[in-house]
Design a binder for this molecule. Structure first.
Ligand SMILES: Cc1cc2nc3c(=O)[nH]c(=O)nc-3n(C[C@H](O)[C@H](O)[C@H](O)COP(=O)(O)OP(=O)(O)OC[C@H]3O[C@@H](n4cnc5c(N)ncnc54)[C@H](O)[C@@H]3O)c2cc1C
Length: 404
């Protein structure tokens, strides 16, 4: 038996709360923390252990608006101390480097480089400190009555089954979660684009090759030099979907990465053993609407982008911003307009992030079956960007994050 709520029926394992959140990733935890600070009771159900969630190596570039939200959640201290402010990044066009001046093109805006793992750890720590209700190893989570006035969740822990009765359910359980699949097929529209390649990523305890990120376009394919800190580097190379991690020794990876960088950059690349190596397929996906009755989808549960342009986690954060304000208006001001508008508002921004990620991906990758005409257009797209202040401004305003 667990003691986690304002009202609890100990005979039937029934928990009563206001907001039942499925998923203890960044979306679910951030919303939980923000709501708790406003006195809005909530419970987070996470399928995995905390250690498992924290072992996933994912995003690392935060929009300034996301960073603000972390501070509002009283969770920004370590991010501000250890994260790096980046006011620009580099694009390597076949051996020639061009700097994108984010600050200069956006009136001083920037991004924060801080790993998703660290951010999630900070959210777990603050939830624990505040006595937050985050239930790990909640198995077989099921949604009941999402389209009624009495929605509920059930889950299993060991041999016991629990029921969470709530006003609203938040599906923040990622792309493979249960929430989106609980919405009837005739309600949900899904839009998807699969790219004909993936990213092979390596994390290594080495000094980053460059103080700022490098997006590299070459005839051998795309590469990205990213970082988590001054001692932790994250590198990616574009690979065919047919490849697997076992096909790539560390030495092969470093050799291929070097071949996709300008000579002077390749010469200063510090290499070392990979501490994580994985291949992520590139996919664009949106499910709409993001609300069905009293079930709200947020983050990867509703949309996925290819990582080019660093929009994935940031799009999740904008959903949470809209949900948080909608919930606060509902509970504290008796105004339901924010929640009513949630799906439309969130999707408007989500589709802009989709466009930006698709554009960056299309411009910078090598497409195996591309026609000569399409290749010419791709080349001129990049040439135009690198020669136009207006195009650079558009890139910069999207990269630092459009307003919520
Ligand atoms: C391999 C990979 C690499 C990525 N790299 C980048 C990047 O470089 N840049 C970028 O911007 N974005 C990147 N992303 C995207 C970014 O990590 C996601 O957008 C972000 O994690 C979304 O957060 P979320 O909380 O919505 O979903 P998630 O982080 O997926 O969290 C969902 C949580 O729900 C839990 N869950 C799932 N099903 C259930 C269930 N049935 N019951 C209970 N709990 C459940 C999961 O265990 C998980 O903890 C990457 C994603 C992946 C998969």
């Amino acid at each position: 038996m667990i003691g986690v709520t304002d009202r609890e029926d100990t005979m039937t394992n029934t928990i009563r709360t206001k907001v039942g959140i499925i998923g203890g990733g960044p979306s679910g935890l951030l919303l939980s923390q923000l709501l708790d600070l406003k006195g809005i009771d909530n419970v987070v159900l996470e399928k995995h252990t905390r250690d498992y969630v924290l072992s996933r190596i994912r995003a690392g570039v935060l929009e300034h608006g996301f960073a603000e939200l972390m501070r509002e959640a009283q969770c920004g201290d370590r991010m501000d101390a250890e994260g790096e402010i980046h006011e620009g990044f580099e694009i390597n066009d076949h051996g020639t480097m061009h700097r994108v001046d984010l600050a200069g093109h956006t009136g001083g805006n920037s991004v924060v480089v801080y790993g998703q793992t660290e951010l999630t750890r900070d959210l777990y720590d603050v939830r624990e400190k505040m006595g937050g209700k985050v239930i790990h190893e909640a198995l077989d989570v099921a949604i009941h009555g999402a389209n009624t006035d009495s929605p509920a969740l059930t889950y299993r822990q060991g041999d016991e089954t629990f029921r969470v009765e709530c006003d609203f359910i938040i599906g923040a359980d990622g792309f493979h979660g249960v929430s989106r699949k609980s919405i009837p097929r005739d309600v949900l529209n899904e839009f998807e684009k699969i790219y004909p390649f993936g990213w092979l990523g390596v994390l290594s305890r080495t000094k980053p090759v460059n103080p700022e990120l490098i997006y590299s376009k070459t005839d051998r394919g795309f590469a990205l030099c990213s970082l988590r800190s001054q001692t932790l580097s994250r590198y990616y190379i574009q690979v065919p979907l047919t490849e697997s991690v076992e096909d790539w020794s560390d030495d092969d990876f470093w050799a291929e990465l070097r071949a996709r960088l300008p000579d002077d950059v390749a010469a200063r690349l510090e290499t070392g053993p990979s501490i994580e190596k994985s291949i992520a397929p590139l996919r664009s996906f949106v499910a709409e609407p993001m609300r069905w009755g009293n079930l709200f989808l947020a983050g990867d549960a509703a949309h996925i982008v290819p990582p080019t342009g660093a929009r994935g986690l940031n799009s999740a954060a904008s959903d949470i911003y809209y949900l948080y304000h909608g919930m606060v208006d509902h509970y504290l001001n008796g105004d339901g307009a924010g929640l009513e508008a949630y799906s439309a508002k969130a999707l408007a921004r989500v589709w802009k992030a989709q466009r930006f990620s698709w554009w960056m991906t299309t411009m910078l990758h090598h497409f195996p079956d591309q026609s000569d005409y399409d290749r010419k257009l791709q080349e001129i797209e990049l040439a135009y960007l690198l020669s136009s202040e207006a195009a650079m401004t558009s890139l910069a305003e999207n990269y630092v994050g459009l307003p919520f």
